[in-house]
Design a protein around this ligand. Structure first.
Ligand code: PLP
Length: 394
């Protein structure tokens, strides 16, 4: 616990606010901000272009970040593509694959829009929907039952951003392999909260945010992309940095992953993300997982104990995110009151996952409290006190 008390000092926003919206974007620790400042103050320059010393330093830092990111998920650096967020990572895959009319892809009924709308946008592609049970969990057998001869890919979120439920992606990955299907995991809500080992999960694609659980800056994310598949993907963002030669109207592509990274990258952000991984490694991801699990348990129980509140997660499978409503009140009003009276930051509404809210027949969405390792039991107590008062308004 002492360790987490010290961690808190690295997030000055917490001196004023009770931040419970890490599922949207996490806070950024001072050491990460410092390395980004160092870039801007001391070696601000583009990467992979200039041969002056500070440009070489930028390039080296960026490529070292790629190595660090790869190590963090036990992957290879040439399978890491920098992106600005999870959404961009998923779109690279969706728009890079060559689907035929009649092909289908399996997703769940609690996907974030970022792992749904890009697929829907492919017009001719059919989506098959695996439904979660009352613990908001997908039974891998149900996924298996949905597979037919036209199924090409399974795309599943690791942890739900509305209910906090974790899916059995090891088992679903096995099913994908047995059926010769591609497998994409949306790690937006799991990375930085639990250990992720690409060699264990064996996905073909895994989409990551830098700015959520990983404690990196906004505007960062990355895609894990299996090399042999990457070679055959169509490219939608070509330009500077993506080719090695042009002859007439023919061009030669750069190697993977550089061909996916057209234009100047978010250099300071990626260097910051790599520092954030050092920061997490220092605390140890297993300790974060354990501590966040205790906090989540407390969060769920405290909210559940208040009369007049409906809680939607299932305590048997809930990770760092609890969704709820105060009966008879609009979630938007509740979060606004808590902000203005108690400096509590929560998200309310549909959480970019209308299907999740449909699954619980919710008209106005929910209020969502989500934690990270910089939160403490006092934060939860303050939320409890605020909610208790509001719940008595009715
Ligand atoms: C499960 C899930 N997938 C995808 C996203 C999109 O993430 P990003 O904002 O990094 O694109 C989110 C964001 O909340 C999410 O929770």
């Amino acid at each position: 616990m002492r360790k987490f008390k010290e961690v808190r000092q690295d997030f000055p926003i917490l001196n004023e606010f009770i931040y419970l919206d890490s599922a949207s974007t996490s806070l950024t620790p001072i050491p990460v901000i410092e390395v980004m400042n160092d870039y801007y103050c001391n070696y601000n320059s583009n990467t992979g272009r200039g041969n002056y010393r500070i440009a070489i330093k930028s390039s080296d830092k960026l490529e070292n970040a790629r190595v660090k990111i790869a190590e963090f998920i036990n992957g290879n650096p040439d399978e890491i593509v920098f992106t600005k967020n999870t959404t961009e990572a998923i779109n690279i895959v969706v728009n890079g694959l060559n689907f035929k009319k009649g092909d289908n892809v399996i997703v769940s009924n609690i996907e974030h829009h970022s792992n749904l709308v890009p697929w829907l946008n492919l017009g001719d592609l059919k989506l098959k929907i695996a439904k979660v049970d009352d613990s908001y969990t997908i039974d891998p057998e149900d996924v298996n039952d949905l597979i037919d001869e036209n199924t090409k890919l399974i795309a599943i979120t690791h942890i739900s951003n509305v209910f906090g439920s974790k899916q059995d992606i090891d088992e679903i990955s096995k099913i994908a392999k047995e059926n010769n299907l591609l497998f994409l995991v949306d790690a937006a809500q799991s990375a930085g909260y639990l250990p992720i080992d690409i060699n264990k999960i064996k996905p073909d694609f895994m989409a990551f945010p830098g700015h959520k659980g990983l404690l990196g800056p906004v505007g960062t994310g990355f895609l894990y992309l299996k090399k042999e598949i990457a070679e055959n993907l169509m490219l939608k963002n070509l330009g500077g940095g993506t080719v090695t030669n042009i002859e007439g109207n023919k061009f030669t592509l750069e190697d993977v992953p550089y061909r996916f990274e057209g234009g100047t990258q978010n250099i300071s952000g990626i260097i910051g993300l790599s520092k954030a991984m050092d920061y997490i490694n220092n605390i140890k991801i297993e300790s974060i997982e354990k501590y966040c699990s205790k906090l989540t348990e407390e969060l769920y129980e405290k909210i559940y104990s208040i009369d007049n509140i409906e809680v939607y997660g299932n305590p048997n499978n809930i990770h760092h995110t609890v969704s709820f409503n105060v009966k008879g009140l609009n979630p938007y009003d509740v979060s606004k009151i808590l902000d203005e009276t108690s400096n509590i930051c929560l998200r309310s509404g549909f959480h970019c996952s209308i299907p999740s809210l449909r699954s619980i027949n919710s008209e106005n969405g929910t209020i969502r409290a989500s934690i990270h390792c910089y939160n403490n039991f006092e934060d939860i107590k303050k939320l409890y006190d605020g909610l208790k008062l509001i719940s008595q308004l009715k």
